[in-house]
Ligand binder design. Sequence first.
Ligand code: NAP
Length: 481
Amino acid sequence: MYVQLGGGTVEKEREALTVFDPTTGEAIDTVPALTKADIDRAVETAAEGQREWAAKPQTERNRILRHFAELLLSRRAELGELLCRENGKRIAEAEEEFDTVAALVESYCDKASHLYGVSLPNGTDATNCHGDMIVTRHEPVGVVACLLPFNFPVELCGHKIAPALAAGNAVIIKPPSDCPLAIIRLVDCLHEAGVPAGAAQVVTGRGSVIGDTLVSHPGIAAITMTGGTETGAHIAEVAAKNLTRCYFELGGNDAFVVMDDADIDWTIGQALEGRANNAGQVCCASKRFIVHESVAGAFTDKLILALKGLKIGDPMDRSMDIGGMISEKARDEVVRQIRRTVEQGAKLVYGGEPQGKNFLIPAVLTNVTGAMDVARDMEIFGAVFPIMTFRTAEEALALVNNCPYGLNSAVFSRDMAKAISFAERVQAGSVIVNGGSNYRTATMPFGGYKKSGVGREGSSHTLLEFTQEKSYVLRNVLGNL
Ligand code: NAP
């Protein structure tokens, strides 16, 4: 597949990266492996594209972005299939990513139309400026680099480009190398809808090769990256040389706390939704199950029964409950992490066997303790349910917070006051009461405490992060009336 760069087309005859279907192992396509010179050209062109885009009135930008959303939805079936093939995720999950992008565009266009500055009251301080008028406006920051992970590449692209473009910025999108194809097609839709070529570009190539060139470029005004914590920390270090503003959505090891008075049948459905979705490759999946000892037996038995009923296989088959993982390598890494947890003393009571190239039977681990890696900093990116038990709420809280991550979390109890007072002491960006941690809306501020990230995504926040507030001072205009 080609990419549009700097207003021109880079053909795939260049040195290329191959994109594989992880379910079959077949090569689907190739994309150009761009060079440092290509990245420089993209950033230069983006500066011109940004000026052209920002010069359009908000209503015109909104009209173009809404047209882009319509184009995406009209191609949902075709694009969903492409994403399903390159990623291994279930077809329904792939299609939903495009729906989410359309919803995000709507949310941010609405919000951008009402991004008001302020007018400051005059004469409120002792300085000699009583005749001056001061008003503020939110102006675009410039060119925003958007770096994306493999697990929800299209949806997460929407979380970045919708606010950045609605606010009048240009975007340079770095897709994941394992599955860049749907994003390239998404950018085509942006151009077709009327976004100038320079204002929306996609740069393909390994992050380890072109990443530093992009994030250290002085023409990049802001970086928004979703991915692993280690990658985020590296980018922060490189970007610090230019003091480039950075926003990060990073790794997680979310807790799922089941109190003794929880509705166990309800928690099982939420555990499956929270952990098995996208074959467990979800940043805010529930990854540590912290269950009161009086209900742990029932919880474990019912969970295993429910898992036995799930169908795992061909992601294009709509009757499947769980699709494939991004690669055989990623699946094998999860098998290794299960083995490591068993070596540390846990008991594998269900599943954990690899199937085909990239499938995994979900695993349930019991006898897990707070001292094990899985209970602390080892994020497992696959459908694994490590179960720990507790006696008191204090013990549960200590297990929840015994972790360098703090993305989402979940607490289940029929006693709302008990659940909320527990939630107040949880160190995480969101606490879902009586629901799994795999929860996110277009508007809510989504993001992490501790090593799970910096900043918040959601239409309640991100327009402010992708704009800068400028004060306009009009001297002596108020006169002496
Ligand atoms: P990753 O390996 O960190 O990659 C993320 C992106 O960064 C990719 O586009 C990657 O490019 C690029 N990259 C790699 N090295 C780079 C460098 N030196 N400079 C600039 N960019 C670089 O993450 P992943 O494996 O795709 O995603 C899984 C992780 O993302 C998990 O930890 C998960 O929890 C986290 N995640 C967090 C959220 C959230 O909202 N908090 C959401 C989803 C996922 P290449 O693909 O070319 O290597």
